[in-house]
Design a protein around this ligand. Structure first.
Ligand SMILES: [Zn+2]
Length: 215
């Protein structure tokens, strides 16, 4: 199947769950739309990595019969039943890819981010980052995954700031909290979004140690 072959050439093993088994045909949990979204997301990753290998290790992508959008235990990305109901499913996939990529690199991307970014808030309420004070304190893993997703999909941040969208209210509450803190009040950091240090950090992980950026 063409989508599966496309994804395999970039190191993603789509786990096939259809076919004959003991003389009976098993229908797939995969929907074609889901595979198309994943294909679009990997096409974007290939552009962002600009010729550098994305990951030498194989990342398995499996469709599971479970409520929820997606999850990534270790180096496997699980696509769940509500995947296409995500606000931006391609962003959800790239977020999970960031977790799997981090895992395959011993957690170094999420572990070193907070030292690098100082007190710059993460890009979204969900990935706001631990240890910075009063707003939501999702773990460092999600600060990394949201930073990576916002780097790959800048339109994700624009989406979150569009009134009426799923996460708009949560983002607004977080921004209000940031504005209440004196150290951020007159700073560009009072506005969530992918800040310069988070952006540079993601670029550094993608482009390697010779990326011309010094903190
Ligand atoms: Zn996550």
């Amino acid at each position: 199947m063409w989508v599966v072959a496309f994804l395999q050439q970039y190191g993603f093993n789509i786990v096939i769950d259809w076919g004959l088994e003991a003389g009976f045909w098993n229908a797939s949990l995969w929907q074609l739309e889901e595979l198309r979204v994943i294909q679009q997301a990997i096409t974007r990753l290939v552009q962002v990595f600009a010729g550098r290998p994305i990951e030498n290790n194989l990342i398995s992508v499996i469709r599971v019969n479970k409520s929820g959008i997606a999850e990534s235990p270790q180096n496997t990305i699980r696509i769940c039943n509500d995947f296409m109901n995500a606000a931006m499913p391609q962003v959800a996939f790239v977020h999970e890819f960031a977790h799997a990529w981090d895992y395959l690199n011993g957690g170094k991307f999420s572990n070193s981010l907070s030292d690098f970014r100082g007190n710059e808030p993460g890009p979204t309420a969900y990935g706001s980052g631990p240890g910075l004070g009063t707003w939501s304190t999702n773990p460092r893993d999600d600060e990394w995954a949201e930073s990576f997703a916002a780097y790959v999909y800048p339109e994700y941040i624009a989406y979150l700031r569009t009134p009426g969208t799923t996460d708009f209210a949560q983002e607004q509450r977080w921004e209000l909290k940031l504005n209440q803190r004196p150290e951020y009040r007159n700073s560009p950091q009072r506005r969530p979004g992918l800040g310069q240090f988070h952006k540079a950090y993601v670029a550094l992980q993608i482009h390697g140690p010779f990326w011309p950026y010094v903190r």
